[in-house]
Design a protein around this ligand. Structure first.
Ligand code: ATR
Length: 285
């Protein structure tokens, strides 16, 4: 029941229609009897600062940030956690003792999903499809997780070279970064992550690559979750590849946000993760 003690959480982005974050968080509040509600706010860019001020004024306990504001929000916060600063992107904000503190749970969420399915990321050679904002976040997280190698494939190859340069100056660890210029090189990778919007509704029959170029053992992961089974994942499953669905990453970053907001433990959240995945699959059969 919503009453005068109900706490407010939310999402800011533009657009936010169709986001599944309210579903994830309200499900968790209900499961744990947390007196809170999560709403989404479609905010124009010239009103972002007003929205942040308003959230603080009304005592919002936390909020998520989505496209296109994950970087723009940084100077509007009181503090930003080291990992989020390194990635240059905040997706979760926590209210604590009068301050808004920014975190990034996208990266940790991705690594958690991958490691649960594949074991240590340090053994993985990863092919990232795309070189935009989402790819930048994914590559940064893979480097922080010490992936063995990253290959970047992008329709506009020049942007892949730019991202490679940026990653190499940011982090000088052992991870080898390469620009992939021909599909014949896809077979060198153990894991493929689509970070492009190709295959997203309404263009549900499009796939960013021909999966026949992949190594037969490669695992295929898509960050697109609308539709649940993208053309890429359908082709990959038909070709005998293990697949990882986009909704798993969305749910995982949401669970990590709840750990920050409400101190929920991994053990408590484990059954919730499974229930959310089951419900999503039922809704999108
Ligand atoms: P985001 O922040 O979601 O990553 P973005 O920065 O606009 O969005 O990046 C979109 C990515 O999807 C880019 O890698 C883009 O490729 P280009 O750099 O060549 O534009 C890729 N992309 C979008 N539509 C595509 C399509 N139809 N075919 C192949 N790649 C596409």
């Amino acid at each position: 029941m919503i009453d005068s003690s109900t706490r407010l959480y939310g999402l800011v982005g533009h657009p936010v229609a169709g986001s599944r974050s309210p579903w994830v968080h309200n499900f968790i509040f209900e499961t744990f009897d947390i007196p809170a509600v999560y709403l989404s706010f479609n905010v124009e860019s010239d009103k972002l600062q007003d929205a942040v001020n308003g959230f603080k004024a009304v005592g919002t306990k936390g909020f998520n940030v989505t496209i296109p504001y994950k970087t723009d929000i940084i100077p509007m916060l009181d503090r930003v956690d080291g990992t989020a600063m390194q990635l240059g992107a905040v997706n979760t904000v926590v209210y604590q003792d009068g301050d808004f503190i920014g975190y990034n749970t996208d990266g940790d969420g991705l690594i958690k999903v991958l490691e649960r399915r594949l074991g240590p990321i340090s053994n993985q050679r990863v092919l990232v499809l795309g070189a935009g904002g989402a790819a930048r976040g994914i590559c940064g997280s893979l480097m922080a997780g010490k992936a063995k190698a990253i290959g970047i494939w992008n329709r506009t190859e020049q942007k892949a070279h730019q991202l490679k340069l940026e990653l190499e100056t940011r982090d000088a660890n052992e991870c080898k970064v390469a620009v992939i210029s021909a599909p014949a090189l896809f077979s060198e990778y153990d894991l493929v992550i689509n970070s492009t919007s190709v295959g997203m509704e309404p263009d549900i029959h499009e796939s960013p690559i021909d999966v026949r170029f992949l190594s037969p053992q490669a695992v295929v992961c898509d960050i697109v979750y609308k539709p649940h089974q993208t053309q890429l994942l359908r082709d990959a499953a038909l070709g005998g590849h293990d697949v990882i669905y986009g909704i798993e990453m969305l749910i995982e970053q949401g669970l990590l946000a709840q750990k920050l907001w409400n101190g929920l433990s991994d053990d408590a959240l484990e059954p919730v993760r499974n229930a959310l995945i089951r419900e999503f699959e039922m809704l999108h059969k």
